[in-house]
Design a protein around this ligand. Sequence first.
Ligand code: FE2
Ligand code: FE2
Length: 147
Amino acid sequence: MPDLPHSPYSLDAAQPAALDPHLLIGVASVDHEHGRLFDLLRRLMAMPGVAPNSNEFTEVLCQLGSELPAHFHSEENILKSCGMPAAQVQEHLEAHKEILSQYAGLNFELMTHHPQRADVLRMIGAWIILHIELYDLSIKDYLPMPA
Ligand SMILES: [Fe+2]
Ligand SMILES: [Fe+2]
């Protein structure tokens, strides 16, 4: 499991029903996709006692595996056209690549080891919540000001 930076958004706390308003970007399609990803995280967290390599957990994890790359693809189109400096865009793209690599690594680990449920949830939380905090929120700086 990779070491994760601390997020002020605690995954140990009771999960709210929807994405916290401070995590909204202001682009409807992106916020909608983030909401869907958050919902998948919530579904996983709402399965206490369910092992990460169980069929129930794997089903949601597979859905995450299809929605994450689709979301990254659509977000990257915005990143490349919003006027953000190229180096910052590149850093963001690398972060997406790293998450997809961690997703593949997690699937391998689930086949070969029995990672702790809390560690798995913390990692998935970082892919969604922490990534929005550290990277996606900066998109807001490049959106046109509301009229
Ligand atoms: Fe992103
Ligand atoms: Fe995102």
